[in-house]
Ligand binder design. Sequence first.
Ligand code: ZN
Length: 201
Amino acid sequence: MSATSEPHTHPSAALFVGDDLALDFANSAFGIGDEHRECLSTDAEVIDWLRLAGLPTSMQGVDARPGALLEAALTLRESALGLLKNRKAGRAGDITALNRLLSLGNSYQELVWGTGGQLHAERRQRAATVEALLLPVAEAVATLLVEGDFNMVRQCESADCTLWFYDRTKSHRRRWCSMSLCGNRMKVAAFRARKKSDQAV
Ligand SMILES: [Zn+2]
């Protein structure tokens, strides 16, 4: 391996660089070729992802067929990615799968006293099916599609990176999934390319 092509290694754990729940979920598989990582391979990994995203994961009272959650998660991700890409290209997309998941919604608010003595409302699901665990994600996808500014929804500029993000910077000039994963690497590559072409002149 030459010094100019450092390996593009992502940790295998899920990345939360999207600055948006829906995009973080879309990013739950990432990388191309040998660098491809799949964060959702089992029901347990879907639960892990939901927990890392700060979402409820209790399956109390839910009788789940093994694999049902994973299946629903992958269907949602495929649907979300299709809709994102179409929306980005200004095209309509297939909303059937997303609507089916949204229709499982049966939530209510519960007031909870915080540790600091402040009162806040938490949304609870009357989850009859395990797929309902994905509702907050499905709702985030729906909100993004309806309310998101798709000029700010972009993929990392690095050619071998597939990660999506919502550019919430003030300057709206975010280019990378993250500085540590791609930004520094691409800056070094650009610097080396400039140096090389300077030497060639
Ligand atoms: Zn990247």
